[in-house]
Design a protein around this ligand. Structure first.
Ligand code: FES
Length: 114
């Protein structure tokens, strides 16, 4: 097993995820929202970049998760906000599915600042 593989940890079982319903988990001390939508599983940091609000309590639509407090949506693939008031991306993490388990590497953010 390579070092990279060792950093993936089990978030939950794939069967525990309901389509378009975020599931909050804590992985190595990091709150993560795991989302099954449009046939893919995504992992995004669970705290909004605008204020300390849990994104997993928001709604999922068009591969975006919406912050329930002020309505910014974040792209589950890139973490980028699509509208104000949030201006900074939220970290998104690599996901692997193995044997019915959802594995996430919270040490490798896929987000790109821009
Ligand atoms: S706290 Fe999320 S948009 Fe304001």
């Amino acid at each position: 097993m390579s070092l990279d593989q060792a950093r993936f940890v089990r978030a939950c079982g794939l069967s525990e995820l309901e389509e378009d319903t975020p599931k909050r988990v804590e992985l190595d001390g990091t709150p993560v929202s795991v989302v099954h939508t449009e046939g893919e599983v995504y992992a995004i940091h669970d705290i909004c970049s605008h204020a300390n609000v849990s994104l997993s309590e928001g709604e999922v639509e068009d591969c975006q998760i919406e912050c329930w407090l002020h309505g910014s949506s974040f792209d589950l693939r890139t973490g980028k906000p699509s509208g104000l008031p949030a201006t900074r991306p939220v970290p998104v993490y690599p996901v692997k599915i193995e044997g019915g388990d959802v594995l996430v590497d919270v040490h490798a953010s896929l987000s790109q600042e821009s």
